[in-house]
Every structure is written in structure tokens, then in C-alpha cells.
Design a protein around this ligand. Structure first.
Ligand code: HEM
Length: 235
């Protein structure tokens, strides 16, 4: 967090500009929360994350994705937490408590030792959702401030929000890139991670299956092509 904040020059002054947007944004938080969850329900790969046990939720969990409804109590609980997050980032002063909360928002979506549930939302969805939430907020600030703020104030607030979401993304990616069970300080960072190694093995296994079925000559070509593609992908 220190590194990205220093690099993009995000600090308390930026956050103060976000706080100035509080009155503009608060009336939109219900709508943003509803739209975010309609988007989560639009894709099975995101929706499925709500069929697992979640920290702090004591109610019933619907395990079958086809029966999970957007007005189920677990989704209402999730919406309440997202609403709280959005309210907090535009109404709490920049302090250690808020920074810890941003870090926790990263932790809660990953499978670390710090939380009770073992939910592990894949980073690809979190990155997409940060993009979705940040552009929604920027859009609202741009339009809702028309006729209320001058151009300079609007630009400053938009730049501040944009930087903020990169900092939040840093907290999220940090929890996903360093998994406790994957972490090996002695590991060469240029070497393949265990997961990457498994992916390569999977492709190589498929390739050797093709070799037995499709004939040695054809498969040799596919094998060379696949291996070269995989090596350059992870290079
Ligand atoms: C990147 C934007 C996102 C933000 C800001 C956000 C915010 C939050 C917050 C504030 C919590 C609760 C933290 C607490 O209990 O104090 C939470 C939990 C959770 N979120 Fe998100 N969320 C985001 C994206 C997503 C996505 C994309 C998914 C699913 C595809 C998701 C699924 C969940 C789940 C399943 C939990 C409960 C995890 C557990 O208890 O194990 N979130 N989120």
C-alpha cells in the first residue's frame, strides 16, 4: 500500500476530496449496490461464490446455484456489507482504522488464515468488479456534480476516486498473489508457481493423450506448438 500510494501520489488530501462527494453519493448507494449484485447474478462464475458459507452470516445458505435468488437473506446480507463499505469510504476520516478495513476487504475475498470461512473469490472477478464499481462512481460524480461543483472540484474528486480504487485493488491483489500455502521465500520468482506448473502438466498430459490417439507425426507438431505457446505465456 505504501508503495502504490507513493507511486500514484495518493494520500489524505485525495481522500478529503472523496469525502466532499459524500452528499452527492449517499443517495445513490442503494442503486449501486443493487446494480452490483445484478451484475454478480448475470454470470454463474460470480453467482456461485454466494453458495458457500460466509464470515459473520448465521442464516441458511442455498447450495444450489439455480435456486439462489437475488432477494435471499444471504444476498441481502452481502448487499448490506457492500453498502456499508461504500458509505464508509466516503464518510470516514483517513485513519489507521480505515486502512485496516481496506486491507480486510482484500483478505475477506481470499482464503487466508485470518478468516473463518474458506471462500476464495478468484482475483479475475474482483478486478472486474473494482472496474465496475469505480466507473459507476466516477460516472455518478461526473453527472451529479454538474451545476453544483466547478470543473476543478469535479476533476480533483474524480482523480482522487480513481487513485483510491487502485489502492483498494492493491490490497485485494496482495491477498491473492501471496497464498500462505503457496508461499516459499526460497522460491525463484521467475520459476513457475505450483499452480502454473500444474497447468503446464495438464496441457502436456492432454498432448500425450493426443499422441497416442492421433499419431506421432501430427501430435509432435501440436506438442511443439503447445509447449512453445505455454513457455512464452509464462515467460
Ligand atoms: C471488488 C469489489 C468488491 C468490494 C469492494 C467488496 C466488498 C466486500 C465487503 C466489504 C465484504 C464484507 C467484509 C466484512 O465482512 O467486513 C465482502 C465480502 C464478500 N464478498 Fe465482496 N466485494 C467486492 C467484490 C466481490 C466479488 C466480485 C465477489 C464474488 C464474485 C464478492 C463476494 C463476496 C463474498 C462471497 C463475501 C463473503 C466472504 C466470506 O465471508 O468468506 N465480492 N465483500
Amino acid at each position: 500500500m505504501e508503495y502504490i500510494s507513493s507511486f500514484i501520489e495518493f494520500g489524505e488530501a485525495d481522500h478529503k476530496k472523496m469525502l466532499k462527494s459524500k452528499d452527492l453519493l449517499l443517495p445513490f448507494l442503494d442503486v449501486i449496490t443493487d446494480v452490483v449484485y445484478s451484475r454478480m447474478f448475470a454470470y454463474d462464475v460470480t453467482k456461485v461464490n454466494f453458495t458457500h458459507q460466509q464470515d459473520g452470516y448465521k442464516g441458511q445458505i442455498e447450495r444450489d446455484i439455480n435456486n439462489l435468488k437475488s432477494d435471499d437473506s444471504v444476498i441481502q446480507f452481502r448487499k448490506m456489507m457492500l453498502h456499508k463499505y461504500l458509505r464508509r469510504i466516503v464518510s470516514t476520516e483517513w485513519n489507521i482504522g480505515l486502512i485496516k478495513y481496506l486491507n480486510w476487504t482484500g483478505e475477506i475475498h481470499s482464503n487466508t488464515m485470518l478468516k473463518k470461512s474458506s471462500n476464495d473469490v478468484e482475483y479475475i472477478h474482483l478486478n472486474a468488479m473494482i472496474g465496475f464499481i469505480s466507473t459507476s462512481i466516477l460516472d455518478i460524480v461526473a453527472h451529479a456534480s454538474e451545476g453544483v461543483w466547478d470543473e476543478e472540484m469535479r476533476n480533483e474528486a474524480m482523480v482522487a476516486f480513481s487513485k483510491f480504487f487502485w489502492v483498494q485493488n492493491d490490497f485485494i491483489s496482495k491477498s491473492h498473489t501471496t497464498k500462505y500455502d503457496d508461499y516459499d521465500p526460497a522460491e525463484n520468482s521467475k520459476a513457475l508457481t505450483r499452480l502454473e506448473g500444474e497447468t503446464v502438466n495438464k496441457y502436456l498430459k492432454r498432448d500425450s493423450l493426443a499422441l497416442s490417439i492421433g499419431g506421432a507425426f501430427a501430435s509432435f507438431g501440436i506438442g511443439v506448438f503447445l509447449t512453445t505457446a505455454i513457455i512464452s505465456f509464462f515467460d
